[in-house]
Design a protein around this ligand. Structure first.
Ligand code: FAD
Ligand code: NDP
Length: 309
């Protein structure tokens, strides 16, 4: 039986791996095999440069950063299996988890399975993904290609409003494309975008196409009522239409919020089940950064260590 099983492979999982290995808990990490449609290493494997992770003054590529984190966890003593956890039984001690091949048992489990940003699947999306299209304004907004250019954000929730406001620091203009005639976002966020002179809201519009040459240069949007198509020149297209937390394999055995995120006790990584801890984006729909995921991975390791003691 294992002391600690860690499920996931992003910054949260590998940080938890580093800390639990150094605490001599001999962690077993399941990094997943294209789990949730994302390669082992998590969301950062889908991006190019990461410029906001401390310790890399010239930036580092997302995949390279994840290789280094994995290597560090292994060097500290974490055992990593390239397997996806498909189901769990958290109803009794020891906890049990299954890959497609066999069962494993553990005294504690750290869930660090992250979340996946929703994509729209419009024409041109594959071609211009990371060539103008991004699902993270905070991560990519400061890139030189977006400076003093018109930028488009799609979505009407708090993320879209926050990302639109954030992008006004760099853009000549931010165009917020909203599919209805109202925003879903909280009142305070709505007011912020509606009163920002650099943000123009296009109501009742749906994104149809992304077009360009080497990089994105324009998007085509459609008016939902009239069906009229309009071309909007832009260097950047930012999706802010929500994320899907990777929690389906838990079968509702841990308490989740209405949108499927694991609920943790504020200021800790404790879940509704003693001995089960959650860290990173799977329990955080607010900050969603590599460094915050890593920070909470450290917290989960310390919480698990304390629980076992
Ligand atoms: P994730 O990175 O989400 O990884 C979890 C991984 O665990 C999954 O991807 C999968 O591989 C694995 N997994 C899932 N389910 C299972 C299972 N059942 N069994 C086994 N394994 C499983 N943040 C920054 O700070 N700076 C940036 O520049 C930046 N750029 C980004 C660019 C893009 C395009 C995206 C999408 C995000 C970006 N982010 C950035 C956000 C950052 O990637 C996330 O906040 C961070 O990766 C979350 O880490 P995590 O450890 O919670 O899990
Ligand atoms: P939400 O699910 O709240 O909003 C998603 C938005 O995207 C909605 O406006 C939705 O439209 C729109 N959308 C979804 N699919 C499409 C599509 N295919 N085409 C066009 N538009 C689409 O997600 P968020 O990421 O904004 O927020 C998630 C949670 O995190 C919320 O609880 C939010 O309050 C919280 N949050 C809080 C923040 C803060 O307080 N500062 C910051 C960020 C997030 P429609 O409204 O028509 O459904």
């Amino acid at each position: 039986m294992e002391n600690v099983i860690i499920i996931g492979s992003g910054p949260a999982a590998h940080t938890a791996g580093i800390y639990t290995a150094r605490a001599e808990l001999k962690p077993l990490v399941f990094e997943g095999e294209m789990a949730g449609g994302v390669a082992a290493g998590g969301q950062l494997t889908t991006t190019t440069e990461v410029e906001n992770f401390p310790g890399f003054p010239s930036g580092i590529s997302g995949p390279e950063l994840m290789i280094k984190m994995r290597e560090q966890a292994e060097n500290c003593g974490a055992r990593i299996l390239t397997k996806t956890i498909e189901k769990v039984d958290l109803s009794q001690h020891p906890f049990r988890v299954w890959t497609d091949e066999r069962e494993y048992q553990a005294s504690t489990i750290i869930i660090a399975t992250g979340a996946t940003a929703k994509r729209m699947g419009v024409i041109g999306e594959e071609t211009y993904w990371q060539r103008g299209i991004s699902a993270c304004a905070v991560c990519d907004g400061a890139l030189p290609i977006f400076r003093n250019k018109p930028l488009v954000v799609v979505g009407g929730g708090d993320s879209a409003c926050e990302e639109a406001s954030f992008l006004t620091k760099y853009a000549s203009e931010v165009i917020l494309v909203v599919r209805r005639t109202e925003l879903r976002a909280s009142k305070v966020m709505q007011d912020r975008v509606k009163t920002n002179p650099k943000i123009r809201i296009l109501w009742n519009k749906t994104l149809e196409k992304a077009e360009g040459e080497k990089h994105l240069t324009q998007v085509v949007i459609r008016d939902s009522e009239t069906g009229t198509m309009e071309t909007v020149p832009t260097n950047g297209l930012f999706y802010a239409i929500g994320h899907v937390p990777n929690t389906a394999f838990l079968g509702n055995q841990v308490e989740l919020d209405a949108t499927g995120y694991i609920i943790t006790v504020p200021g800790t990584t404790r879940t509704s089940i003693p001995g089960i801890f959650a860290c990173g984006d799977v329990q955080d729909k607010h900050y969603r950064q590599a460094i915050t995921a890593a920070g909470s991975g450290c917290m989960a390791a310390l919480d698990a260590e304390h629980f076992l003691a």
